[in-house]
Design a protein around this ligand. Structure first.
Ligand SMILES: NC(=O)c1ccc[n+]([C@@H]2O[C@H](COP(=O)([O-])OP(=O)(O)OC[C@H]3O[C@@H](n4cnc5c(N)ncnc54)[C@H](OP(=O)(O)O)[C@@H]3O)[C@@H](O)[C@H]2O)c1
Length: 257
């Protein structure tokens, strides 16, 4: 039965795309969207990982699809976007989650190639898929775009990669500028800035380091992927129509602005 706020909260039947949607925060978004009754489309590079998630969601009776694509590669993004538009004609939701960092060397050790790689992984990936699909949103006069940033883009952190912090801060500018461009078209563009969240990527760090990070967070623990997906889901709902150009901090109080 639909409640009185159904028109504000329901994304049932909407076409919801998640880059980096096969694991971690993106995987939780794919799962959340599918469970909300959306047509959930996950993009990732590893076909085995993507297929496993989609098969599980399908077995549970949800509608979910996987496309193998490296979001930093323009040709691959164009091909994947064309296939999506051929099959569904449009997307309602784009969650730009793919990105990350691996090592945090001092500035003298950061090569120009490493800086460029971080730019491509975190910024180009979001730019390319948005550019490829935006016309379909504009034509329908509706869309929800969420860009993944990080607490690291909000404040300095000694243990985070300098190149990554640079890109995450840049994404806030990308989000705000795109929000203004698209506001007259019924399309909202927001960013989410998570604090440390337990994901396969975060679990590459030692338990000791994760415990020390948890102690530094006012709520005294790391975030769960479901908490991040819940915040992202809100930004993707029809009722979030007056929220655009915003940065949603989901960090347990570790940066309060
Ligand atoms: N975890 C945290 O504490 C945290 C905090 C703040 C922000 N974030 C941001 O949240 C995002 C997700 O982080 P996570 O920790 O959930 O990462 P994760 O556990 O490593 O998962 C990353 C997902 O993205 C996919 N992916 C990575 N690069 C891709 C590319 N070039 N093209 C397409 N898919 C790609 C991966 O699949 P494949 O490997 O198969 O491609 C996987 O599905 C990142 O942008 C990260 O910077 C994370």
């Amino acid at each position: 039965m639909n409640g009185p706020f159904h028109h504000l909260t329901s994304i049932k039947g909407q076409v919801a795309l998640v880059t980096g949607g096969t694991a971690g925060i993106g995987g939780a978004c794919t799962e959340r969207f599918a469970r909300e009754g959306a047509i959930a489309i996950a993009i990732g590079r590893d076909t085995a990982k993507g297929t496993r998630l989609i098969n599980r969601l399908e077995r549970e009776g949800h509608e979910a699809y996987f496309f193998s694509c490296d979001c930093t590669q323009e040709k691959q993004v164009q091909n994947t976007s064309s296939q999506i538009l051929e099959q569904w004609g449009y997307v309602d939701i784009i969650c730009n989650i793919a990105g990350g960092w691996i090592e945090a060397p001092p500035i003298e050790k950061i090569t120009i190639e490493a800086l460029q790689h971080s730019f491509d992984w975190n910024v180009t990936s979001k730019f390319l898929i948005t550019k490829a699909l935006i016309s379909s949103m504009k034509t329908r006069g509706y869309g929800r775009i969420v860009n993944m940033s990080s607490t690291t883009g909000r404040r300095g952190r000694v243990d985070a990669a300098l190149q990554y912090s640079t890109m995450e801060a840049g994404l806030l500018g990308f989000t705000r500028a795109l929000a203004l461009q698209l506001a007259p078209h019924g399309i909202t563009v927001n960013a989410i800035a998570p604090g440390t969240t337990r994901t396969p990527r975060a679990e590459r760090h030692s338990e000791e380091r994760l415990a020390s990070t948890a102690r530094s967070i006012p709520v005294q623990r790391l975030a769960t992927i479901e908490e991040q997906a819940h915040a992202i889901w809100y930004l993707c709902t029809p009722g979030a129509s007056f929220t655009t150009g915003a940065i949603l901090d989901v960090n347990g109080g570790s940066w309060t602005g």
